[in-house]
Ligand binder design. Structure first.
Ligand SMILES: *Cc1c(COP(=O)(O)O)cnc(C)c1O
Length: 279
């Protein structure tokens, strides 16, 4: 017999996998080329343990403090060999040292200072044998040019090229692709089409196959249509998060990044109108 929560997660996981399979089929793509990344922010370590038992191996977290606490709690619950943690939220430079220790992958890198800090931390961890591989890094791009919400302006191709090169050249990091979150209220199809264009442009400069981290609970079909190779799914899998005020409400000034540096609970990017529509 399994716990009710595990049954609930098994059903949700089945549904989201079926949804992903339908999206892949509709796009004429092989579903095996698209990673499902469960986003466990705001949910307890016991949920991670349950999803691990159900076959998930990678998990997305958006805050360093919550992630490190959860990783420790999980160690107390059970041993999870092969588990990988992905940092998907805004990265403050003073948290880069910690993130370089626990994260297998960082999806949300968008400036040179953070690239440098993550490289130092991951290189150091590699040397000590505290991590097996370089930190996998996605460059986050902003599809509406509002860099205060994270990401490098997609039209700033010079800066994008420089940052990709810096990531690719860093010994402690490996450059694995681009990531984006569609702007609030934007048509996800148009946003992901723009992202796909930039993904193709950057891909031409690199021999390794670059991934595309795009799509969440509300818009994964559109992301899959436009070539996503990693969908980050929270709500549709784990349920509604306890605090889901959009960043626009909690932010002190529209362009200020200070609320993000105060380690305030960040539920993510937005409360999307179509969030949870799959359930
Ligand atoms: C929270 C979050 C997600 C998951 O969003 P859902 O709509 O709950 O699936 C995906 N990506 C990022 C960057 C997030 O912060």
């Amino acid at each position: 017999m399994t716990a009710p929560r595990e049954d609930e997660l098994r059903d949700a996981l089945e549904q989201i996998r079926a949804r992903l399979a339908r999206a892949a089929e509709a796009a004429g793509r092989d579903v095996e080329t698209i990673e499902l990344l469960p986003v466990t922010k705001f949910f307890p370590a016991s949920d991670v343990a349950a999803l691990y038992r159900l076959g998930c191996r990678s998990f997305g977290e958006s805050r360093d403090q919550e992630a490190t606490r959860k990783i420790e709690e999980l160690r107390d619950i059970t041993d999870c060999p092969g588990i990988r943690w992905h940092m998907i939220g805004r990265i403050q430079r003073n948290k880069a040292r910690s993130i370089g220790e626990w994260a297998d992958t960082a999806h949300s890198v968008d400036n040179a200072k953070v690239v440098g800090a993550l490289d130092r931390s991951a290189s150091d961890a590699l040397e000590r044998g505290a991590r097996p591989d370089p930190l996998r890094v996605f460059l986050q791009v902003s599809l509406d040019g509002d860099e205060s919400r994270g990401g490098v302006d997609v039209t700033a191709t010079g800066r994008i090229d420089d940052l990709c090169a810096a990531i690719d050249d860093a010994a402690g990091l490996s450059f694995v692709g681009l990531m984006a979150i569609p702007p609030l209220g934007a048509d996800p199809d148009a946003a992901f089409a723009r992202l796909a264009e930039e993904h193709h442009r950057v891909q031409e400069r690199y021999p390794q196959r670059l991934d595309l981290s795009a799509g969440m609970s509300g818009d994964l079909e559109a992301a899959v249509r436009h070539g996503s190779t990693c969908v980050r799914v929270g709500t549709a899998l784990l349920g509604a998060r306890p605090l889901t005020s959009p960043p626009e409400v909690t932010r002190v000034t529209p362009s200020s990044q200070t609320t993000e540096s105060s380690d305030s609970p960040e539920t993510g990017h937005r409360s999307s109108p179509h969030e949870g529509s799959s359930r």
